[in-house]
Write a protein that binds this ligand. Structure first.
Ligand SMILES: Nc1ncnc2c1ncn2[C@@H]1O[C@H](COP(=O)(O)OP(=O)(O)OP(=O)(O)O)[C@@H](O)[C@H]1O
Ligand SMILES: [Mg+2]
Length: 278
């Protein structure tokens, strides 16, 4: 299985001199779901852009499956979902989903069938012929998720994808995303401001702080999979939310690692995997 993301000692400054990231270290295993959480301006979107190869690190290295992310980007092995779905308003739902195939010169009957299958999977089977203006915000975001998956990427980068949705729609989107992820086992890097969302979805939550941003701690989410909605009422869930909140507020987690530091057992892949029961 592919889709390993490694950020090693990554620092980045924007051309105006603004230092956005300082020696960030993060290693995501194939098929893992990792959330990034932290205060506004701490560099979460910047890290996603570095993984997506729309920015290059100033220091350190970003790799996907051991190689610079450029290869993954040009092969369309990276899917992206942003807060705003950015659909082409004149194209019907299915044609919006097919867009990445078309850009890659691969639009054909099989691509269309795949688009319909993905729309089904995100619960929009009956909406293939609608225009974006005829969809709700949550439905548009489902289209955007289907579009991100059309080229069978190994890595899915999501930047506050559900941040603009109301709580009920957001919960529903979380369930849709979990279902899709469980079926595809794609590697996901997910930026959110919601602690509950991060805990509910993730194998691990990376807590950022400061400006420039560093990773303060990485918290393994030891809830069983598949995650059922009821888990959000479990004692263990509240305990994990509190751990993330405490890390956000500033006390480094014992057993977690700071940026650039050495990995400790709590942060090792083995520990997080064992905890997720996968
Ligand atoms: N194009 C840019 N040019 C200059 N500085 C930028 C640019 N984009 C972001 N920054 C700065 O880099 C820092 C990190 O920004 P980034 O967008 O990565 O933060 P973020 O963690 O995603 O914040 P938010 O939670 O608000 O989305 C911020 O201080 C921001 O002002
Ligand atoms: Mg951002």
């Amino acid at each position: 299985m592919e889709g390993a993301i490694v950020c090693d000692g990554v620092s980045f400054s924007y051309p105006n001199g603004a230092r956005a990231l300082e020696r960030v270290g993060l290693s995501v295993t194939p098929g893992e779901f990792v959330s990034l959480i932290g205060p506004s301006g701490c560099g979460k979107s910047t890290l996603l852009r570095l993984v997506a190869d729309t920015l290059r690190p100033e220091e350190g290295r970003v790799t996907i499956d051991g190689a610079p992310p450029r290869g993954a980007r040009t092969a369309r092995r990276i899917g992206m979902v942003f807060q705003e779905p950015a659909l082409l308003p004149w194209r019907r739902t299915a044609a919006n989903v097919e867009l990445p195939l078309e850009l890659g010169g691969r639009r054909d009957g099989a691509g269309h069938a795949r688009a319909l299958e993905l729309l089904e999977r995100v619960g929009l089977g009956e909406y293939a012929g609608r225009l974006p203006a005829q969809l709700s915000g949550g439905q548009r975001q489902r289209v955007s998720l289907a579009r991100a998956l059309i080229a069978d990427p190994e890595v899915l980068l999501m930047d506050e994808p559900f941040g603009a949705l109301d709580q009920i729609t957001r919960d529903e989107m979380n369930r849709v995303l979990l279902r899709v992820w469980e079926a595809t086992r794609i590697t996901v890097l997910f930026v959110t401001h919601s602690i509950a969302e991060a805990v509910y979805l993730s194998d691990r939550v990376a807590v950022f702080n400061g400006r420039p941003g560093t990773i303060r701690s990485i918290i393994p989410i030891t809830l069983p999979r598949p995650r059922l909605p009821e888990v959000r009422r479990a004692e263990e869930f509240f305990g994990l939310e509190t751990r993330v909140l405490t890390a956000l507020e500033g006390s480094p987690e014992p057993g977690s690692r700071a940026a650039g530091g050495a990995a400790t057992p709590a942060d090792s892949v083995g520990a997080s995997r064992a905890g997720t029961g996968r």
